[in-house]
Ligand binder design. Structure first.
Ligand code: SAH
Ligand code: SF4
Ligand code: F3S
Length: 464
């Protein structure tokens, strides 16, 4: 058993996992490698870490290439565009390996597993087992059974009643890592599959989160990102998200706090004030998806805010935190979106002054209301609008980031660059900054003067 697994055992307040693993066949992974292929959001990246940790307890050895594995897991994402197809095509690439090695087991987890369940096995017999997003802790059992009898298995029930009690299982937390605080989503935006693939929204108990962060700090973590589909609706008895952030800032030794993703409807003055008060620790960066600049479209999306309300929140936050940096998510070509609606989205990008945007063509998802709307937009129009949006934003962001040149930013150094003699890290506003430096800078926060600023990366020099 590795040192990392012992670290997990230390989280004494949350012992369910180590208890659950008792009585399970710990020899099953002996001499076998495991490879996990991960798609989607940070939640999935975290889930993959959890899967590796659980499987290491069964003595599976993580490997870097699927060819070296006896167990391959696809941790899938269903948020946009042909996700089921992606799973089948990846499984197809393992065909030769499966023919050569009948011992090889292939499992599918994540949001496509949750969504498709037995259909995956019916359509692709090379898949041995499927498990849902609430069933990660049953993975060791599924795997052991699969190696023993080759029966196909599906485990995709939601644990609706069970409290959200997990510990963060990361094998190598590094300088910056993620800690889940909520899971699931109850917002039911009409375009989004997440409420169906992640289930009802639940928050972890405050004390569990604080314990996790303290342990990760002991293992070298300097920066934590609090993670959830909708973090700012966090609630544990009378503790809300602002209270949680204040507690993390004052009751743990973590140096930096980030969070993602927040919903505009749950961003209030109290949260802005908390961010301002703890600015030494809470980073001045907010990812705040607006999705559409047209109130008419926002209503059909069930986003529960208008264009004006969103812009008011931005103004409120800029007033409370003068250097705050925003990024956003945008959907173009939502059903019924007119050229005028789209122009409102283009204007919103300019008015919000977003240096970074994540924009997507609307993609109809199973179970969702918008997939049944009759006024779907053609692929050509979606593509043309997306290109126009990116063209406009590219020009705009080049101009916007020029203001950073000559500024001194506080950068937490995360790692060495591929280019020798260089390191990189992130500023308080979440800008990726490259600078000359040696590995001993990793984990340190340093002052960096920005010499060149491009939309995606900055270059700078250490201020002695
Ligand atoms: N919980 C986050 C978003 C999670 S999904 C929030 O509420 O902001 C990440 C992003 O994917 C969304 O913000 C949205 O822009 C995009 N997205 C979700 N469903 C989509 C769909 N059906 N088609 C295109 N983009 C979608
Ligand atoms: Fe999806 Fe909306 Fe929930 Fe975000 S808030 S996960 S977009 S339903
Ligand atoms: Fe994808 Fe599921 Fe995350 S659909 S974006 S992996 S919550």
């Amino acid at each position: 058993m590795t040192q990392e697994v012992r670290q997990v055992d230390e989280v004494s307040q949350i012992p369910e996992i180590t208890k659950q693993i008792e009585g399970i066949n710990q020899d099953v992974g002996q001499g076998r490698g495991v490879y996990i292929s991960t798609y989607g959001c940070q939640m999935n990246v975290n889930d993959t870490e959890r899967m590796y940790s659980l499987l290491e307890m069964q003595n599976f050895a993580p490997v870097d290439k699927p060819e070296d594995a006896s167990l391959i897991i696809i941790n899938s994402c269903s948020v946009r565009e042909k996700p089921v197809h992606k799973v089948y095509s990846e499984v197809g690439t393992f065909r030769k390996m499966k023919e050569k090695n009948p011992d090889l087991r292939i499992g599918v987890g994540g949001c496509v597993g949750q969504q498709e369940k037995e259909n995956l096995i019916k359509n692709q017999p090379m898949i041995d087992f499927v498990f849902g997003t609430d069933q990660i802790d049953s993975l060791p059992y599924l795997v052991a059974d699969s190696f023993m009898d080759r029966e196909k298995r599906i485990s995709a029930k939601f644990q609706h009643r069970a409290p959200y009690h997990i510990e963060t299982m990361v094998r190598n937390p590094g300088v910056a890592t993620f800690v889940n605080i909520t899971k699931g989503c109850d917002n039911f935006c009409t375009f989004c599959v997440v409420p169906y693939t992640r289930g009802r929204e639940k928050s972890r108990p405050l004390q569990h989160i604080l314990t996790d962060i303290r342990h990760l700090v002991k293992r070298g973590m300097k920066e934590v990102t609090l993670l959830g589909q909708n973090v700012n609706s966090y609630s544990d008895s009378d503790v809300d998200f602002a209270d949680l952030m204040a507690k993390v800032a004052t009751e743990t030794e973590v140096e930096r706090i980030r969070f993602t993703t927040s919903h505009p409807k749950d961003f209030n003055q109290k949260l802005a004030d908390t961010m301002a008060k703890h600015q030494d620790k809470i980073m001045e960066y907010i990812h705040l998806p607006f999705q559409s600049g047209s109130t008419r479209v926002l209503e059909r999306m069930n986003r529960i805010y208008t264009r004006e309300e969103y812009l008011e929140k931005i103004a409120m936050l800029r007033k409370s935190i003068p250097n705050v940096v925003f990024s956003t998510d945008i959907i173009v070509g939502f059903p019924g979106e007119t050229e005028e609606d789209f122009q409102d989205t283009m204007k919103m990008v300019q008015e919000g002054g977003f240096e970074t945007i994540f924009a997507f063509k609307y993609s109809p998802r199973p179970f969702t209301k918008a997939a049944k709307f009759e006024d779907q937009i053609s692929e050509e129009v979606k593509t043309e609008r997306l290109n126009r949006l990116f063209d406009m934003h590219d020009k705009m962001s080049f101009e916007l980031v020029k203001r950073y040149e000559g500024q001194i930013l506080k950068v937490l150094v995360e790692n060495t660059d591929r280019e020798e003699g260089k390191v990189h890290g992130r500023s308080t506003g979440n800008k990726l900054v490259h600078l000359k430096g040696t590995p001993d800078l990793i984990g340190k926060t340093v002052d960096v003067r920005i010499t060149r600023a491009f939309p995606a990366t900055f270059h700078g020099e250490l201020v002695q």
